[in-house]
Ligand binder design. Sequence first.
Ligand code: PLP
Length: 451
Amino acid sequence: MMTDQEKTIQDLDAKHHLHPFMPHPDIARKGARVITRAEGCYIYDDSGHKILDAMAGLWTTQIGTGREEMVQTAAEAMRQLSYYNTFFYTTHPNVARLAEKIAEKTPGDISKIHFASSGSEAVDTAYKLVKYYWNLKGQPQRKQFIARENAYHGSTAVAASLCGLSGMHEKYDLPIDGIHHVGPAPHYYNNGGEMTEDAFRDHCVQAIEDKILEIGPDNVAAFIGEPIQGAGGLIIPPEGYWTKVEALCRKYGILLWCDEVITGWGRTGKWFGSEYYGVTPDIITMAKGLTSGYQPLSAVALGGDIAETISQEEGEMVHGFTYSGHPVATAVGLKNIEIMEREGLIDTPDQDEKISYFSEQLSLLNDHPLVGETRTLGLLGAIELVKDKTTRARYSDEENVGFICREHCFDSGLVMRSVGNTMILCPPLVITTEQIDELIAKAREALDKTY
Ligand code: PLP
């Protein structure tokens, strides 16, 4: 039973708060869930209901929530230097140290880092820097970008244009010019049909090459892709896909841009998804796990010639934000990475064992009549809900099965996200094996209630 005060929060929220990605009249009718507190891998709502957060917030909270060490770090940073900018020939220790740390942790020869606050800002920044680069290189005709179907790259105008989800475009007169989407997304279960997985992989890569040739290789500025597509349905590409995509980019002199807002910072078991796949991007965009969500912070990391060219340019890089390299956010980022290193949360035998356990346990759900496929990579997982396991027939949008399952999860004390008929998991890197057991038991309970 809700108290008057809590009801007031729902009322205020319905009356004045425009939520991201929500139908507002429906929120007003139902009332938004009020989350009041979080600790470790759990969130708590206003009635004290304890919920295992198997989405790490929004693919964010690598080290879990509510850690006192992070609170102290933020408080101390705020006391020391609550704000100063990094424009006008000034810097501060936290931003310089974090830039060095990112350069150390990213694959290849990444060496130059520009900071922003959100993933979308990082994506918009990288898009501009790519254009800047080709202008500096005397190839101003290279202005076309290739992105993929099902991609999610953010909500600002450029980032939303790069998304390969029609819902991101329709209501906003997007995409902007110069952005091309290529399909199919490398989703073997959904799009592979009768092909073998290898044949399907080659088919996806060929589609990218065809697109490059259609646009004219000398006009293509960059190829952008999430190593694993996240919000588009947790799409794990077939083996060898990324090596082949990188080879294509090198063949045609196209910049390879990995958007690692989700796959960065330990999600795949390695520090970055590109490292997992053995590719060396020219550009990496990152956010979320960089601070585990304790502060808003994102970054664009540049390597190779784009890093060299932009950093050697005598003229001003006319770009930046008031909060580029915010002193508190960068302090928190540094502490977050220190904790991940100290606790062995990335690329260690213990973490690899946990990842294997997660994969084994999730695969046990394959026996459920509603489950067509489970798949995992690192601590990312998906469950495909189907009407018919053999034909892979899906439920219609109107049947809304993913949404129904998500609601049952909440009631059972579990956050799983639904993207259409796909249930998605992205637990904090600190999840324990006991909590993985709890996750699987609650997921099964929700599947039973949905079926
Ligand atoms: N890029 C990717 C791959 C993402 O998954 C997201 C958000 O989920 C973004 C960019 C946008 O990040 P933000 O929501 O912080 O703007």
